[in-house]
Design a protein around this ligand. Structure first.
Ligand code: WTA
Length: 649
């Protein structure tokens, strides 16, 4: 590692930060040597109703995976995000909302948010929603989405937020899996000046007979656009709020009672309902938010994620609000009405901390200096990234052009499953290396293993595993604990397998190299190859499909699909478009293939397994590196696929 690519901690950052190098080392050491003592002390940042006596009760043994933290303590998550701030900072801003239209914005104080949440919690109760019921939230990025999530938490209902870009089919699947009683949505969303028919999508999802579990749809009026209305089923949010009482005692919840489920893609099967519980999750989200972003009271913090993803849950809503921070919620897209929108929002709201994804950075970078033109940017103090490996070029552009070479960049590695950040620099403690997520957070014990599960020492590369539990870890897959154990604890026994590969350098820094399983990362969105393949083969003209990820300059990875048509169907550009539309309808715009290649057959082993490795090499022009293909059932398809690929270029 050359010295030129090392960015030492500045003396000012170290002096002002909560965590300097010595503090990091001492705390990390304590956290792994004596996790009980460490987390007992950290848990003081939570307002417990009944204090816990037990701290960590966790087992990664694949015969009996069981993860419990603070199990006999009780708390209410919404009270931790709202009520306890009222005396100290009730009139400070909890949420700054910036609308899609630059003329629209709102500021909401902690007191106002508490008021809204209490009312909506009462309204939900009035609709017969109780502790343990699942509420699906399919909403745009408006303040009411925070109100809805916190109101669920207040009464002990489990929220299941579904990204507003998912199709009616994808929404229906999640509603059915969660056996959801109520859906909260908006008439329409607004993104980049375009309307998104959210209520229409819910109506369509509910035509699926298996969604009969849904009793009510609560609709926030966002655009006032025309929607269909079913008087016995649909209710306006505003009508409920008009009559709801504003006093709602927060429900006393066990630390291990569910807070939410959130669906994410894996290498096989349907999306999994990742289950997070209350006490450990909230503690971990709050502590990481404070330490990684070095959050200081009064600062304005902006995470550009959508609440439909885990980043939105932990670092727009729960972490910041538990810490009494001011969190910015942005409704729109980065380049509307123009390429300087992000810069303008930073200046308008004097944002101190910006947390975004490499794909957003690359699309700003593609504009050259234009994206920051005329921007002041002097309010910024810290920059963060998440979602995919950041290429050093994008890192440097972010650091120099957005941060004016004075703001540390925290490259945070984590997953839906981990609940919060596991590997990241701490700005006052960690010298930065562009492209490296650097070192583990408190309590996190990463390891690298070979394909047989042997732990590797020193500077090396391998499969990234985590060797012991941390409080923010997912507890199960909703109503499918066996799948949880199989997915995460069977590949390497006794270890949590992340699905990522990583390299560890001579300084002990981790460099995430990307997924080692059949999961794609497209613009920071996780997608299972199996999910896209099953959407493809659901089309009546498709016999078989195989999906691989290929490097893409803006999205990180693009989606490349090999399609075999059923006998008698002919390839055509029109059919290609039809299939792209089909995937958009089945899953959503984020899953639309970048490339569809017609394939007379697919390379398979004699036992019928598709050799994706070969397909990936063909798609990325590594035709000399195919390896041994003689063991394939039909080696003859390979030269044919190479030829078609070359013709397409
Ligand atoms: C990838 C998002 C490199 C990784 C919080 C992981 C990253 C998957 C980084 C989880 C990073 C996330 N550097 N890769 N800083 N952060 N990833 O569940 O492959 O949507 O397994 O959670 O994103 O995606 P998920």
């Amino acid at each position: 590692m050359s010295a030129a690519s090392l960015y030492p901690v500045s003396p000012e950052a170290a002096a002002q930060s909560l965590t300097d190098e010595a503090t990091y080392k001492a705390m990390y050491q304590q956290s792994v040597v004596n996790p009980d003592g460490f987390w007992r002390e950290q848990a003081e940042r939570i307002d417990w109703i009944k204090p816990f006596t037990r701290v960590k009760q966790t087992s990664f043994d694949d015969h009996h995976v069981d993860i419990k933290w603070f199990a006999d303590g009780t708390l209410n998550v919404s009270a931790n995000c709202l009520d306890r701030h009222l005396d100290t900072r009730g009139d400070e801003i909890a949420i700054i909302w910036e609308g899609d239209d630059p003329a629209d914005h709102r500021e909401i104080t902690y007191r106002e948010l508490h008021h809204e949440v209490s009312k909506f919690a009462n309204a939900l109760r009035g609709q017969d929603v109780h502790r343990g019921d699942v509420v699906t939230i399919y909403m745009p990025m408006v303040p009411e989405v925070a109100v809805a999530m916190l109101a669920c938490a207040r009464i002990g209902a489990i929220h299941s937020v579904v990204f507003g870009g998912f199709s009616p089919e994808a929404l229906a699947g999640r509603i059915i899996d969660g056996n959801s009683k109520v859906v909260i949505t908006a008439d329409e969303g607004l993104r980049g000046g375009k309307k998104v028919p959210l209520k229409g999508n819910v109506d369509e999802a509910l035509t699926n007979p298996q969604t009969r579990c849904v009793q009510k749809i609560i609709v926030v009026r966002r655009t006032g656009g025309d929607i269909r209305w079913h008087p016995h089923r649909d209710i306006w949010y505003e009508d409920l709020m008009r009559v709801a009482g504003d006093v709602c005692a927060p429900k006393e919840m066990g630390a291990e009672e569910p807070l939410f489920i959130l669906y994410t893609s894996g290498s096989t099967g349907k999306p999994k309902g990742v289950l997070h519980t209350s006490g450990g999750y909230l503690l971990y989200a709050a502590l990481t938010h404070e330490r990684v972003f070095d959050y200081r009271p009064g600062e304005v913090y902006w995470c550009t994620a959508d609440v439909g993803w885990i980043t939105g849950h932990s670092y727009i809503i729960y972490g910041p609000l538990a810490n009494g921070a001011t969190t910015l919620i942005y409704e729109g897209v980065p380049n509307y009405p123009g390429v300087t929108r992000i810069a303008r929002i930073i200046d308008k709201h004097q944002v101190n901390i910006l947390y975004t994804a490499p794909t957003a950075i690359r699309s700003m970078m593609a504009e050259g200096p234009a994206a920051m033109e005329g921007a002041d940017g002097s309010s910024l103090r810290l920059l963060g990234t998440v979602g995919e490996p950041i290429n050093p070029e994008a890192w440097h552009w972010y650091y120099e052009t957005v941060g004016k070479s004075r703001c540390p960049v925290v490259d945070t590695w984590w997953q839906t499953e981990t609940g919060g950040i596991l590997i990241s620099p701490l700005p006052g403690a960690t010298a930065l290396k562009p492209g490296s997520a650097t070192r583990p957070f408190f309590g996190v014990v990463p390891g690298l293993v070979d394909n047989l599960g042997n732990l590797l020492e020193g500077a090396t590369e391998g499969n990234l595993v985590i060797l012991d539990s941390w409080p923010g870890q997912m507890r199960s897959i909703y109503r499918d604990h066996d799948r949880f154990v199989d997915t995460y604890f069977k590949t390497f026994r006794g270890m949590y397998f992340t699905g990522d590969g990583a390299r560890r350098d001579e300084d002990g820094y981790y460099w995430i190299t990307g997924r080692v399983d059949d999961v794609l990362n497209v613009s920071g969105h996780r997608m299972g190859t199996a999910e896209i393949e099953s959407a493809m083969v659901a089309h009546r003209k498709v016999a078989e499909a195989a999906v691989v990820g290929v490097p893409h300059p803006l999205k990180g990875q693009g989606i490349y699909v090999y399609v075999t048509l059923v006998a008698g169907e002919e390839p055509s550009d029109q059919l290609r478009q039809e299939l792209q539309q089909w995937v958009r309808k089945e899953i959503g715009p984020i899953a639309v293939p970048d490339v569809i290649q017609w394939a007379p057959g697919l390379p398979k082993t004699r036992s019928g397994k598709i050799m994706r490795r070969i397909l990936r090499k063909i798609a990325t022009d590594e035709h000399d590196a195919l390896g041994d293909i003689s063991t394939l059932a039909d080696p003859g398809v390979v030269p044919q696929l190479i030829e078609t690929h070359n013709q397409m270029r």
